[in-house]
Design a protein around this ligand. Structure first.
Ligand SMILES: Cc1ncc(COP(=O)(O)O)c(C=O)c1O
Length: 1008
């Protein structure tokens, strides 16, 4: 039938509504496959949904629908459902005649308010769990409902999905292959599938039929609407459909499905045998969807509803095809609380009665005791990435260890999170940013090349290959074993290629026979010789290799598929001691560390390793660090680490002895500073640097009154707190002390004076403070400020302000201190120091954070005059300041900035990032301001009335963390996002940062 003759206009819908129900409402079109549906808005009510059938609608079907709704209403306690509204004549189903003389059935249901699933962004695990829960409740509420119409033929019923086979020629190439794959697989398992328990189920929890609460941070699914597809079918199909739609738009659809299954199981208990079919059932629902789209494109090209899900359905199908059906099954089992692999317990039971010696695996090595080698992310033994990637160093360390422990086999690694897998083949983009495989699934035995490996039990060769490539297995053999109850596999990686491939698939290797010998780096994937020994209860779909390392978020499933190889040997030394929780650490901290020492993020992270612009937690998760301007030239920069280690090995004493290092560091710094700033003092922290600077100005001027900016922060000591408005005007503070004089934050965006011409006005504010000091009959000692005010929210000083302020302060006899603790050492890009952006030369410069790249060293640079006046006879002694180790480190930091042109990098990447952020601000008006220099940037979030949006800023930082990107917030109103990464940050890092910012800015909570 021609689609145009079926359509009902909005006006017609409103007329029908009034005629039949005496309701005056505003109609708008809703999507629908069969019925023509209208949302009806009415003043002072939630409104309605008006459903107008196609001609010749089956009466039985409508009866079924109304009874079904009534049943759920009666049985589903706590379930929100659309209610049936009767017409003027008290009928639940009315009738009209359309313009073409066709009889059409009309129904009115109450509107279930909330947001439609498809409009909710983001759809996180908690929300998907609640989708599962809600679907489970609905399945439960429908238990016992029966109606003859529920047993109809229906194309959307997964149980009947093989009708799609007749249409497979609508597809070509890859798409056809995917569709056929799932059709065949479904058909193959149809006998067992058909025996699964059945009931009438909702059968359509698709993304337009699920209603979500309006809470934007913790949304919950409230209801499923549109019962039009309800049918008597396999119960598992209900959760199947919820999954099929709610996993769209995810890089890893399986991971996205798990909370749904878990939630469903929590309210309606699934059976293990049902889970067996879930993977195929989800695929077949999508096959139905794409087949119907293909057909309808020909039959009803105007019906957009039929095409809504086509593209995302294909995307899921392609990804789903690449997921092993077995792995999906095990994951579903794990989500429901069963052992992931159904044979896990049986295997453990069997193996508990077995006992093997290491000498059975390695008869040529006469050792039966193991020494556990820690190669985990936090292992000090493996040390720096440069070291563990140097095979000579690694081998040397193994040899040393073996020498010290001649009677033990060096081994270990089961479930260890390792940082060793640095090749890209170990990374992927998951649902929450980059993920790396880090969890080691086997046990490694660190033995020399040529060591023979023998079989512990009879087995059949299933794989004997050269798994070539960087950090792969090289020579690899997998054996299949059978006990009288079960089958399992053992894997031998890093063999010599010749010895591995001498075996052929199908060969039988008897207990005690040789499997192969260990290979060297050239043929074992570029490793120090060792055996990777792993046990598997399933080969999944792997044909030429098998993972030896897994993603952390799948650890529960993998450890079930790959049980601990030490179950054979029962060596105490190889017991797994890895802790998964940070709870102990947090509790101890709470008891024994000062309460004012806060933790970052709602769920704190334990960082155990740094590398360049990345930090790694104890599970090996990598975080891109956009916060840490302390790790200036990159976390654990090799040359800097080495400089410290080497000097530490020689001598570390105080600066009263002569040493080249302190002079070298002074020379490096002086090279970067204006000639006027020619004298240095070395200290241990930014606070100490400012403390010393204040002592200097007091000694120089004989005054003690300091002028500083509102929201400025200069350190944690008594004096520094006294000049830090950020602290004394903040929580726990008690306002400015007598000798501190605060002028308003020179913020041209949202400060007291705004816009391009505010420099003079803020300089006048400084003058007001000078006048105030004079009024009290005292003189000004100093003016201290950062060139970009960090804690104030990355506030760039208005152009010309600093020169004007310095002029006024100096005219009053005061000195000028530039606090470069945050911004110094090349970060600004255009200049090495922040004050150089403003064409001024301070009297004193304080330097901190970046100088030691994490090591506590700081410095004060000053003029000869200031230094001379400070040296008034009282000796300045500093136990640690300027010691040879600290100086070696700081010198190497400054040399690295020069050698690797990192100031230029800060300029280039900072400019790129700022441009991109400005583009983002065009897209998202919530970004009120983008500011900063080089790699010291800030974005400020405000509403249309310039009100600060602290909650949104905090949300953004936490969501970015969820995606593996560390960001920090600041500013007096906590609405500024600070970007100040190690200055090795590169263009790809910047692009990644922008990509995820764009993603999070699009989320519902960020919309204004
Ligand atoms: C601008 C500024 N000055 C001084 C300090 C104090 O440095 P430290 O924490 O090394 O004592 C800080 C620390 O955050 C700072 O941001």
């Amino acid at each position: 039938m021609n689609y145009d003759t079926l359509k009902i206009s909005i006006q017609q819908a409103e007329d029908i509504l009034f005629k039949l129900f005496h309701i005056k409402g505003k109609a708008s079109v809703l999507p629908g496959e069969v019925d023509f549906n209208f949302r009806i808005k009415v003043a002072n009510s939630e409104g309605y949904i008006l459903k107008i059938s196609r001609p010749n609608e089956n009466d039985n079907y409508l009866d079924f629908q109304q009874k079904l709704l009534q049943f759920v209403q009666d049985n589903g306690r706590n379930l929100i459902t659309p209610k049936v509204i009767c017409d003027n004549k008290g009928k639940a189903i009315s009738e009209i005649t359309d313009d073409f003389g066709n009889k059409r059935k009309v129904r009115l249901l109450s509107w279930v308010s909330g947001r439609v699933w498809s409009s909710v962004n983001p759809q996180l695990n908690d929300l998907r769990f609640s989708l599962g829960e809600q679907c489970g409740r609905l399945t439960k509420a429908l238990q016992g409902f029966e109606h003859p119409e529920a047993h109809r033929e229906f194309e959307w019923d997964v149980a009947q999905s093989l009708w799609t086979k007749a249409h497979v020629n609508l597809f070509k190439n890859e798409e056809k292959a995917i569709v056929q794959y799932f059709q065949n697989s479904f058909e193959k398992h149809e006998t067992t599938y058909s025996k699964l328990r059945k009931a009438v189920v909702h059968n359509d929890a698709n993304d337009n039929n699920v209603i979500v609460s309006s809470d934007l941070i913790h949304p919950k699914v409230q209801a499923a609407i549109d019962y039009g597809d309800a049918i008597h079918t396999q119960i598992i199909n209900d959760v199947t459909i919820a999954c099929a739609y709610a996993i769209m738009h995810h890089n890893d659809p399986l991971e996205a499905a798990l909370p749904i299954v878990k939630g469903y199981h929590s309210t309606f208990t699934l059976q293990e045998k049902e889970l067996r079919h879930l993977y195929n059932a989800i695929a077949m629902r999508l096959v139905i969807s794409v087949t119907k789209s293909a057909i309808n494109k020909i039959e009803e090209p105007d019906n957009a509803y039929l095409l809504i899900s086509e593209k995302p359905a294909w995307e899921v199908l392609e990804k789903w095809r690449n997921i092993s059906a077995d792995f999906a099954y095990y994951s579903f089992r794990n989500a429901c609380g069963w052992e992931a692999h159904p044979n896990e317990n049986e295997f453990k039971n069997w193996v508990s009665k077995q006992s093997f010696k290491f000498t059975e695996l390695f008869p040529s090595i006469d050792k039966n005791e193991a020494l556990q080698l820690d190669l985990s992310v936090s292992s000090k033994w493996i040390g720096h990435q440069e070291d563990f990637n140097d095979l000579d160093v690694f081998q040397f360390k193994i040899n040393q260890l073996q020498k010290k422990n001649p009677h033990k086999i060096i081994a270990g690694g089961y479930l260890e999170p390792r940082p060793l897998y640095t090749s890209n083949s170990y990374d992927k983009i998951g649902n929450y940013g980059k993920e790396s495989r880090t969890i080691h699934l086997g046990v490694d035995f660190w033995l020399p090349e040529h060591t023979a490996v023998h079989a512990l039990f009879d087995g059949e060769v299933v794989l004997a290959v050269n798994d070539s490539g960087e950090k792969e297995y090289g020579g690899l053999v997998v054996l299949k074993h059978k006990t009288h109850q079960l089958e399992f596999y053992t894997l031998y990686g890093h063999l010599s290629v010749a010895s591995a491939t001498k075996n052929k698939a199908g060969d039988i290797i008897k207990k005690g026979e040789k499997i192969g010998v260990l290979g060297n780096a050239e043929e074992n994937g570029n490793w120090v010789p060792h055996l990777h020994f792993q046990v598997m209860l399933s080969l999944l779909d792997y044909k030429n290799d098998f993972p030896g390392v897994a993603y952390y978020n799948q650890i529960e499933v993998w450890k079930s598929i790959c049980p601990d190889p030490n179950l054979f040997f029962k060596s105490e030394a190889l017991q797994n001691t890895i802790k998964n929780s940070n709870e102990d650490l947090i509790n101890y901290r709470k008891q024994h560390l000062g309460k004012s020492l806060g933790l970052q993020y709602k769920v704190p992270i334990k960082m155990v390793r740094g590398a360049g612009q990345y930090l790694m937690d104890q599970f090996g998760r990598k975080y891109l660090d956009t916060v840490n301007n302390v790790a200036h030239v990159g976390h654990e920069k090799y040359e800097v680490v080495k400089a410290g280690q080497e000097q530490m090995a020689l001598i570390n004493t105080n600066s009263r002895y002569l040493h080249d290092n302190i002079n070298d560091l002074a020379k490096e710094l002086i090279e970067t500073l204006p000639t006027e700033l020619s004298v240095l003092h070395f200290v241990n922290s930014g606070s100490e640097a400012n403390e010393l600077a204040i002592r200097m100005v007091k000694a120089h001027t004989g005054e003690r009154d300091i002028i500083a900016s509102e929201v400025g922060y200069h350190g944690n000591t008594n004096m520094c707190i006294d000049i830090s408005s950020y602290k004394f005007d903040g929580k726990g503070g008690s306002g400015a002390p007598e000798h501190t004089h605060i002028f308003p934050l020179p913020d041209a965006f949202r400060g007291k004076y705004r816009g391009g011409n505010s420099a003079e006005k803020y300089a006048e504010e400084v003058q007001k403070q000078i006048d105030m000091v004079h009024k009290k009959g005292r003189g000004v000692a100093a003016f201290i400020i950062e060139p970009i005010i960090s804690c104030g929210g990355q506030i760039e000083l208005p152009k010309g302000f600093l020169a004007k302020a310095y002029k006024r302060v100096r005219a009053a006899g005061g000195l000028c201190i530039s606090d470069e603790v945050q911004v110094g050492c090349g970060r600004m890009g255009k200049s090495f120091w922040g004050f150089q952006l403003h064409d001024v030369v301070p009297d004193i410069v304080t330097i901190g954070k970046p100088l030691g790249n994490g090591h506590p060293i700081a410095a004060v640079a000053c003029t000869q005059d200031v230094a001379d006046k400070f040296a008034n006879g009282m000796e300045y002694f500093n136990t640690f300041g300027g010691n040879p180790v600290s100086c070696a480190i700081a010198t190497e930091v400054l040399r690295t900035v020069k050698r690797e042109k990192l100031q230029e990098n800060a300029l280039k990447i900072g400019t790129y990032l700022k441009d991109e952020l400005n583009m983002l601000a065009q897209e998202f008006p919530i970004i009120g301001d983008v500011r900063g220099q080089g790699l010291f940037l800030g974005i400020e979030l405000v509403d249309a009335n310039m009100n600060p949006l602290a909650a949104q800023t905090d949300y953004l930082a936490n969501r970015m963390k969820d995606h593996g990107i560390l960001m920090s917030t600041d500013g007096p109103d906590h609405n500024v996002l600070k970007i100040k990464p190690p200055i090795v940050f590169n263009e790809a890092n910047a692009a990644e940062l922008i990509f995820y910012l764009r993603k999070i800015f699009a989320e519902d909570f960020m919309q204004f």
